[in-house]
Design a binder for this molecule. Structure first.
Ligand SMILES: [Zn+2]
Length: 248
C-alpha cells in the first residue's frame, strides 16, 4: 500500500482531523513564502523591517513603504489552489475539526471553509487594526485612503497608527487564539501539518499536543521539519498535488 493510500485510510477512519497550514500551501497561489529560497525576506531585507512592530511604530517611512506594499500585495488577486480546496472537501465530508493557519491571506475562507473552523494564529491582512484604540475593520477601507493619497493614514477616531490586523515580529500572539489552536490539537485524532517548517513556537507545539492525545501525525512540506522523525507519514511532494489525493 502506498503512503498516500495509507493516509487516505487514516482520514476515512478519523472523525476530527485538525490541520496546521503555513506559507507553503499558498505559494501555488502566487503568494511568496517569507523564508524560502525565493522568499520575500531573502530578496528584500527592507520587507523584514516592515514586518517588525518596533520599526513600524517608530518610523513613518517604514509605515509608508508598508502601505504601498499592502496595496500591491499579490494576495489580493490570489485564488485558492487545489491544496486549499482539499480542506473544503474534508469539511464537506464532516471530517475537519479545525484549520489552524499561520497564513494571513484568508485563502482558506475564500476557498469555502467555514470561518469558524479557521484559527488564524497570525491574524489577517484583510482587516486593519488601530494601534491606539484597537478598532478593527475591512482593510479595503484604509487602502482606499492610501490610493487617494494618504501615505500614512491614521485612525479617524483616535488618531492612532493603523496597521494590518496581523501579528508582526516583536508583537505578542493573541493568547485566546493560541488556546483555541492547542485545544483543537488536544481533540484531534489525525493531525496534518501542511507547508509549514514547524520551527515557530508556540504553534509548532501543536504537533506535540496532538501526539500526546495519540493522534496520528502527517507532514506535507517541501523541506524537512524537526518533527519528521516522529510523524506517521511525511510527504515532500507538491502540496497542491498530494493533498487532493489524500482528502478526496
Ligand atoms: Zn483608533
Amino acid at each position: 500500500m502506498s503512503a498516500a493510500q495509507q493516509v487516505r485510510g487514516w482520514i476515512e477512519a478519523a472523525s476530527r482531523v485538525v490541520a496546521l497550514t503555513g506559507a507553503g500551501i499558498s505559494t501555488d497561489s502566487g503568494i511568496p513564502d517569507f523564508r524560502g529560497p525565493q522568499g520575500l525576506w531573502t530578496r528584500n531585507p527592507l520587507a523584514e523591517k516592515m514586518s517588525n512592530i518596533h520599526y513600524y511604530l517608530a518610523d513613518p517611512e517604514v509605515r509608508k513603504a508598508s502601505w504601498q506594499n499592502r496595496l500591491s500585495s499579490p494576495a489580493w488577486s490570489a485564488k485558492p489552489n487545489p491544496g486549499h480546496l482539499a480542506f473544503v472537501t474534508l469539511e464537506k465530508r464532516k471530517k475537519l475539526h479545525a484549520l489552524i493557519t499561520q497564513n494571513i491571506d484568508e485563502l482558506h475562507q475564500v476557498a469555502g471553509n467555514s470561518p469558524e473552523r479557521v484559527i488564524e494564529v497570525h491574524g489577517t491582512m484583510r482587516k486593519f487594526m488601530c494601534w491606539g484604540c484597537g478598532m478593527r475593520g475591512p482593510m479595503e477601507l484604509v487602502l482606499e485612503r492610501v490610493r487617494a493619497g494618504e501615505a500614512d493614514p491614521r485612525c479617524r477616531d483616535c488618531g492612532g497608527i493603523l496597521k494590518s490586523d496581523t501579528i508582526s515580529f516583536g508583537q505578542q500572539l493573541v493568547p485566546e487564539v493560541i488556546d483555541r489552536a492547542m485545544q483543537a490539537a488536544r481533540e484531534t485524532d489525525l493531525f496534518i501539518a501542511v507547508g509549514t517548517s514547524l520551527q515557530v513556537y508556540p504553534v509548532a507545539g501543536a504537533v506535540d499536543v496532538a501526539r500526546a492525545a495519540r493522534a496520528k501525525v502527517v507532514i506535507i512540506n517541501a523541506e524537512p521539519t524537526p518533527f519528521d522523525e516522529v510523524a506517521d507519514a511525511v510527504f515532500r511532494d507538491s502540496i497542491s498535488e498530494v493533498l487532493p489525493q489524500l482528502c478526496s
